[in-house]
Design a protein around this ligand. Structure first.
Ligand code: ZN
Length: 108
């Protein structure tokens, strides 16, 4: 089965011509278990295709990637974890994030 080298979908279903880059003040940091982001149906891959400021790192609890930690500590971002609310403590759920004016950008 021949796949497009960019979107990784079967060639006849390639969506590259329809792809648009979004103008947004948000960035995405994808934390992956393994190379799952390489799978054609992975939502993270779709996000990376349209949002310029997308970063991806393999997760390691014991040896976190220093570049990822630096990115999270950068004051130009306002990190928010996207996670199903039903699994989070109620006080940690943010439905409508209020981004501080000085930071201006949102890393979610
Ligand atoms: Zn394609």
């Amino acid at each position: 089965m021949e796949r497009c080298k960019h979107c990784m979908l079967v060639t006849r279903l390639c969506v590259c011509r329809e792809r648009k880059t979004l103008t947004t003040n948000a960035g995405f940091l994808l934390v992956m278990y393994d190379d799952e982001v390489l799978k054609p149906s992975n939502t993270g891959r779709l996000i990376a295709d349209v949002v310029e400021d997308t970063f991806a790192y393999i997760w390691s609890r014991t040896e976190p990637n220093q570049e990822m930690l630096d990115l999270l500590a950068d004051p130009k971002w306002f990190p928010i974890v996207i996670f199903p609310a039903q699994y989070a403590a109620p006080e940690r759920v943010v439905s409508e994030p209020s981004v501080p004016e000085a930071k201006g950008r949102c890393l979610s």
